[in-house]
Design a protein around this ligand. Structure first.
Ligand SMILES: Cc1ncc(COP(=O)(O)O)c(C=O)c1O
Length: 488
């Protein structure tokens, strides 16, 4: 396609994009720094971006009053407590979370860790994960093993990288429904963008499982309504939803499930009573029992400001925009071919927008079908001020499934280097059999526009007929994990 006409072709293909024009106006005002600096930001799954109005509203709030550490009786403390509790109510209302408790945490990882360390894993019980999970969910298996529970993984189908529903059904049916069983999966993959079905929550419940839904990558572009789907536990990070504040996440827990968690320790702020002489403590009820020490209290009011920002745009508008742009991105990448007719790009996961979000993961290949090193692609993109992400994105299982990596591959790599690191593993796998365990991820969000996507497609088209060597081979020192010579 003549790229000069691409904007018109895009609008022709996606007339509904016009309904999201409020986001173009917002981009020109609240996100003007993007274009002022010529930045093409394509890592919304890594972090959302804030609008300048969010920062101003937060600064005004902090500068107009005096705030002390919350949860005591002084006026400055009481004012802060009021704002923290107001933010908590705003979060519960946003997710329509009647019957849930909102525990503020540092991030989604801390929310997931709360569940891991407090869930009553025991012999006879189970933890079931999906191969598509962030490492902050995979890590829960250590708590489950320590408690004596069995740990299983539901596999993915290829090439779509969706949960294998039949295998999942089998695995769910194997649990002893009288024991405590936890099924943990992501509502949206941070690797492939696949949206795993929310109906799995009911399916797991029916088979006697509690459910931990990792919603970190889902909620920035989709509405999660907890009156419709009711997992016991939901983990989120707010900076992924609206960019600011960082350092605040949330665990939403069904209040009945909260009572079954067993905290392995206590801390300042989490107890109603603790004695040294008596060696006893009584945990505070509700969220207080899980909010260790002093909350990030000055940042928490910015969560309510962020939610108001999303509400002012409308989640439907954000979803529509991201879907149109993702559809275009996928279709244009699939069209890219070298002069010899070979495809230039391999996309991991679904190539349509059905049940998938705005995260697109790929690798580039040269005209002979050789993999182009993703680190080199990242470097070249950086020179064009395109920010994307490469590697395995803390989600090793999805990449392993996509490339068909086996336990034997991993064992061979571990034999080669017992103190294995992820970059070293990726290098080993590529050198040994031309597979890639790493990839390039582009993700879209509320401030994305057509120009961002078009810039990336032009960049990708620039790799046409480049060979692995002409594009500049990256030489990687397997011992130091460093790029030691850039062949460009
Ligand atoms: C699906 C998913 N879960 C969990 C996390 C962890 O989030 P955080 O690093 O904010 O704790 C991420 C971060 O990328 C994610 O994408």
């Amino acid at each position: 396609m003549n790229r000069g006409n691409s904007a018109a072709a895009f609008l022709d293909a996606h007339p509904e994009y016009a309904s999201t024009s409020a986001l173009d106006r917002l981009r020109a005002s609240g996100y003007r720094r993007l274009d002022a600096h010529g930045e093409v930001y394509l890592d919304y799954t890594g972090a959302g971006l804030h609008a300048d109005t969010q920062i101003r509203a937060h600064a005004d709030l902090l500068n107009d009053a005096v705030f002390g550490n919350p949860h005591s009786a002084s006026p400055t403390s009481a004012g802060m407590t009021r704002l923290v509790e107001q933010a908590r109510q705003a979060v519960l209302a946003w997710f329509n979370a009647t019957g849930y408790t909102a525990v503020f945490t540092q991030n989604a990882t801390a929310a997931l860790k709360h569940v891991g360390e407090s869930y009553p894993f025991a012999r006879g019980g189970s933890l079931l994960l999906t191969a598509d999970n962030h490492n902050s969910v995979n890590g829960i298996r250590e708590f489950a093993c320590a408690g004596g529970a069995t740990v299983g993984y539901a596999p993915l189908t290829t090439p779509e990288l969706r949960i294998d529903r039949e295998r999942l059904r089998d695995l769910l049916a194997r649990a002893d429904p009288t024991a405590r069983n936890l099924f943990a999966y992501p509502a949206q993959s941070n690797f492939s963008g696949v949206r795993h079905p929310l109906e799995l929550v009911d399916e797991a419940h029916a088979a006697g499982w509690d459910v931990l839904l990792d919603a970190a990558a889902f909620v920035p572009t989709s509405r999660l309504d907890l009156s419709v789907v009711q997992p016991e536990f939901v983990a989120i990070s707010f900076y992924k939803m609206f960019g600011y504040p960082t350092g605040v996440g949330c665990l939403l827990v069904r209040t009945a499930a909260l009572a079954t968690l067993r905290r392995p320790w206590f801390a300042g702020g989490t107890v109603n009573f603790a004695t040294v002489e008596g060696r006893r403590h009584i945990l505070a009820p509700g969220e207080a029992g899980f909010e260790d020490g002093t909350l990030n209290y000055l940042a928490i009011p910015a969560v309510e400001i962020g939610l108001r920002h999303l509400a002012s745009i409308g989640m439907e508008t954000i979803s529509t925009r991201v879907r149109c742009l993702t559809e275009w991105l996928l279709s244009q990448l699939l069209e890219l071919r070298h002069s010899n007719g070979r495809h230039m790009v391999r996309i991991y996961g679904p190539v349509t927008t059905a049940a998938r979000g705005g995260t697109v993961t790929m690798n580039f290949y040269d005209p002979e079908g050789h993999l182009i090193d993703y680190r080199r692609v990242e470097e070249l993109a950086g020179k064009d001020r395109i920010s994307l992400r490469t590697g395995c994105f803390c989600n090793p299982g999805a990449g392993e499934a996509a490339e068909g990596l086996t336990e034997d591959d991993v064992a061979a790599a571990m034999r080669e280097s017992p103190d294995m690191t992820m970059p070293r593993f990726l290098q080993f796998i590529t050198h040994r059999d031309g597979k890639s365990a790493g990839a390039i991820r582009v993700s879209l969000g509320l401030a994305s526009n057509f120009a961002d996507v078009d810039r990336f497609i032009r960049f990708a088209a620039g790799l046409r007929d480049q060979t692995r060597l002409t594009v500049g081979e990256v030489t990687f020192d397997i011992e130091s994990c460093r790029v030691i010579r850039d062949g460009s």
